[in-house]
Design a protein around this ligand. Structure first.
Ligand code: SAM
Length: 371
């Protein structure tokens, strides 16, 4: 075992040297999973939980217990935290880590996440599986009390983005063609799946924060009880489109076969969430908390993400500047010049080659041609 520090927590993890492949630590080989590449995910999650301020928490797939422990030490959670994992070695480690960090209000359970989530009711459930969260979403939503919040990680991007369209259909019920704004499309497909699973339970969802990073999606949705709220959320599900000819990209409730700009054939992908991906109020509250969170590992990166999500929120899908440039047979303009030209445009956290704008597609093309 090795002791590491993450945020305010001290955590025992299986010795990284012992579980290395070709000199590189490989979390998949470890008897209990701890991935240093997920520190950013946990930092953002701790901030989000501090804003949610839940009275009870279920860390449904706890592994070393790092998330639940940080929620208490840094997220200000005073109520009970339930740590669950089906792996008996993880359970032993969670006990040690809880002791090491002097956590007092907790329960440790060794159960299948789906069965425990069907039995419990908490204010906040954290779902952090290997790969796809799809098999756990229904139970996770049912584990929430009124106005409860669900935090979800998904690392099966090849399915969600439509690289593996059969897997996407199996897990998320979405199909179609992979789009050039696939990173955003994947997140929207995941949200649509959550909205549908919630609707079965007569709950609506409101996305608080949802983003893409490196090789995963992370999102938090608040649930609101009632059939009408569920119906309202379902109204936010539609299809994603991209014109094969001119590249115009849009989202619509209605089925479209022709591009409204040029009449060309469109590629379609979905069903997908076509509503807002974030709550501006929630993001601003996270920013306020960030200023008071010196233990966060990468405060500047977290701030950059929050600022980016604030400026992107409510805009249509992003455009890949390189894709448009090649369609128009022009040189790829620098992003900042394109933003200046549009007077209302922003970079997107989804893709460094991407741009979002509230201006018309014609104006975007005009700027692309004139720069
Ligand atoms: N949340 C942890 C963190 O932030 O470091 C990492 C969780 S790891 C990606 C997934 C964990 O889920 C593993 O510890 C695994 O044993 C556990 N797990 C996988 N399937 C499960 C299931 N059906 N029920 C309960 N635990 C499960």
């Amino acid at each position: 075992m090795t002791e590491i520090t993450e945020g305010k927590a001290k955590i025992l993890i299986p010795d990284p040297v012992e579980f290395s492949r070709e000199g590189k630590f490989d979390p998949a080989w470890s008897p209990v999973f701890y991935n240093p590449r997920m520190v950013f995910n946990r930092d953002v999650s701790v901030l989000a939980v501090s804003v949610i301020s839940p009275s009870s928490v279920l860390d449904a797939m706890a592994a070393t217990g790092i998330r639940g422990i940080r929620f208490v030490l840094e997220g200000g959670v005073n109520g009970e935290v339930i740590f669950n994992d089906k792996n008996p070695v993880a359970i032993e480690l969670i006990s040690k880590n809880i002791e090491l960090n002097r956590i007092t209000n907790y329960k440790i359970m060794r159960a299948d996440a789906n069965s425990i989530m069907h039995q419990l009711k908490v204010d906040y459930t954290d779902l952090d599986p290997f790969g796809s969260p799809a098999p756990f979403l229904f139970a996770a939503l049912s584990s929430l009390r009124r106005k409860g919040v669900l935090g979800v990680t998904a690392t099966d991007l090849s399915a969600l983005e439509g690289k593996s369209i059969t897997a996407c259909n199996r897990k998320y019920g979405a199909s179609g063609k992979r789009l050039n704004y696939s990173k955003e499309a994947g997140l929207r497909v995941l949200l649509a799946k959550i909205a549908r699973e919630a609707a079965v339970q007569e709950k609506g969802i409101l996305p608080l924060i949802s983003f893409y990073k490196d090789y995963y999606y992370r999102l938090f949705v608040k649930t609101v009880d009632g059939a009408k709220r569920a119906d309202k959320a379902l109204e936010q599900i539609g299809m994603l489109y991209e014109c094969q000819n001119c590249g115009f990209s849009f989202m619509d409730k209605e089925c479209q076969v022709k591009c409204p700009m040029c009449g060309g054939e469109v590629n379609a992908y979905g069903p997908a969430w076509i509503g807002k991906l974030n709550s501006i109020d929630f993001l601003n509250r996270m920013k306020e908390r960030l200023d008071k969170a010196p233990q966060i590992n990468n405060p500047n990166s977290v701030k950059r993400l929050l600022d980016s999500l604030i400026s992107e929120n409510g805009m249509g899908p992003y455009y890949r500047i390189d894709v448009l440039a090649s369609k128009l047979k022009v040189n790829m303009p620098p992003t900042h010049r394109l933003i200046d030209c549009l007077e209302d445009g922003t970079r997107t956290h989804f893709d460094e080659r991407g741009i979002k704008t509230s201006k018309s597609f014609d104006q975007l093309i005009e700027c692309m041609k004139n720069l």
